[in-house]
Design a protein around this ligand. Structure first.
Ligand code: ADP
Ligand code: MG
Ligand code: ZN
Length: 476
């Protein structure tokens, strides 16, 4: 039996965070009273006309440009016809034959190996409503607030070979969407969703095997788990001489397995046709170029720049750019005190832990970048030790105070005051006459003992360098 390799292609749906829906003025607000954000247009009443939301087009084009797609200057909205209770129009407005953009690419890296995943197309469409099934009674409800919210669908080439690559690709797309500030990217709330297509083929074979399409994964982790399960399931079928059936399967997160939802025979025939209520979407070269010029720095470019300009490790660049707010926090701190590696260390250990515990993003941190810079600085200057810094960090973070003011007020500052230190050294020597004698007769190892006693007397806050100097002088 030849070795089998997996082939994976992903379809990602991202909700665009416009204020209003794709073809009407209804709000896109999430978590509101059901059926309050509805109007005749998004509920498909007869005799109404859709009007395209320009902001949604702008967001979609930005994403297309960010992943190096060719933006089509003419694209066409089509009706995708099917019946479902959460689809009052009886069709979804999508793009079929002429999508907004095509032929893009995204760079990913897994275990140090870089790879490019091709993007087949990006098109715009409107979202469906939500069916809510009562857990207690035999009844279902429909909430149409989501109906008509703008989406982009990003279809990848079948370029991925492992669940890890699929997760890396998803995270890369997710990061770009958040950097562009065009999607909330919350998988649990469903504003960033992924369907995963997977098949197996003998390694070295060109033709693809029969694929299944996996749905219902609401986290990166679950996409990986669903794919790993499905690869195992298909491998067992093939090894037993059976056929993989082309079908849609649902991931069951509780059991960690995929279950058949519908086969190819039940697949829809959507009868796509151009929507007669909408004119083709025509974009001027100039407008698209303007959006391209105004694209912000994207995650990959920022990672490269952090490595180059700040001399950070690949891992640190990865962590600090994973979230735009964290990256901006870092740069603000470095502007306040030019010690990028120390600042990166404080952030990746202490700050991230506190942010995670508090469940907040770096831009909501009570402890500001300037505070963190100050902390790095006073450790450098010897006002406190690294250990003391770590010890007081949770309190500094929670109170959002200037570390220098805090350690001075609380008496955590190292004692560098010569008078106070000399007094402590004198006391220690007076309290331990036998050791002083022994030291003077050659037992030089006792130096450590004296330093220890002085540190103890000062609650660990004596400046060790000064203590050593005093002891050296007095024990001559
Ligand atoms: P559909 O729209 O019916 O789901 P598409 O041809 O648009 O079908 O493909 C959807 C996704 O499936 C794409 O991401 C594509 O890369 C992927 N794909 C297509 N064929 C295969 C295959 N044999 N194995 C794995 N993925 C595939
Ligand atoms: Mg599909
Ligand atoms: Zn509406």
């Amino acid at each position: 039996m030849p070795e089998l390799e997996a082939v994976i292609g992903l379809e990602v749906h991202a909700q665009l965070r416009t204020d209003s829906k794709l073809f009407c003025a209804c709000s896109t607000g999430f978590g509101c009273e059901p059926n309050t954000h509805v109007c005749p247009v998004c509920t498909g009443m007869p005799g109404v006309l859709p009007v395209l939301n320009k902001k949604a087009v702008e967001f979609a084009v930005k994403m297309a440009l960010a992943v190096d797609c060719d933006v089509n200057h003419t694209s066409v909205f089509a009706r995708k016809n099917y019946f479902y209770p959460d689809l009052p129009k009886g069709y979804q407005i999508s793009q079929f034959e002429l999508p907004l953009a095509e032929h893009g690419r995204v760079a990913i890296e897994v275990d140090g190996t870089a790879k490019v995943v091709g993007i087949t197309r990006i098109h715009m469409e409107d979202d469906a409503g939500k069916s809510i099934h009562s857990p207690t009674e035999n009844v279902s409800f429909v909430d149409l607030n989501r109906t008509g919210v703008p989406l982009i669908e990003i279809v990848s080439e079948p370029d991925m070979r492992t669940p890890d690559e699929a997760a890396a690709y998803l995270k890369a797309l997710h990061g770009i969407l958040l950097y562009l500030d065009i999607c909330d990217g919350n998988m649990e709330q469903g504003n960033f969703r992924c369907d995963a297509n997977v098949s197996l083929r003998p390694k070295g074979q060109k033709e693809f095997g029969t694929r299944t399409e996996l749905k219902n994964m609401n986290s990166f982790r679950n996409v990986q788990k669903a794919l790993a399960f499905e690869i195992r399931r298909q491998r067992e079928l093939i090894e037993d001489g059976e056929d993989v059936v082309q079908e849609t399967r649902l991931f069951d997160a509780d059991q960690g397995i995929t279950l058949s939802m519908r086969g190819k025979e039940e697949a829809h025939d959507y009868r796509y046709f151009p929507d007669p209520d909408l004119v083709p979407l025509v974009l001027s070269e100039e407008w698209v170029e303007g959006l391209k010029r105004d694209l912000p720095e994207l995650p990959q470019a920022k990672r490269d720049r952090f490595a180059r300009d700040y001399g950070l490790s690949g891992y640190a660049c990865e962590v600090l750019t994973a979230d735009l707010a964290l990256a901006e926090y870092f740069e603000a701190a470095v502007r306040a005190y030019d010690a990028p590696r120390d600042i990166a260390n404080w952030m990746m250990t202490e700050l991230l832990r506190e942010l995670n515990q508090a469940g907040i993003s770096a831009n909501k941190s009570p402890f500001s970048p300037e505070h963190l810079a100050k902390l790095a600085q006073i450790v450098d200057q010897g006002l406190i030790s690294n250990t003391v810094g770590k010890k007081v960090f949770p309190e500094l973070f929670a109170k959002g105070v200037d570390p220098e003011v805090f350690v001075r007020e609380k008496g955590f500052a190292q004692i560098s005051d010569a008078g106070a230190l000399e007094a402590a050294v004198d006391e220690v020597l007076a309290e331990n006459p036998a050791e002083v004698q022994a030291f003077k007769h050659g037992k030089k190892k006792l130096m450590g003992f004296f330093v220890g006693r002085v540190m103890k007397k000062t609650q660990g806050q004596a400046n060790p360098k000064l203590v050593n100097e005093f002891l050296g002088k007095k024990l001559k």
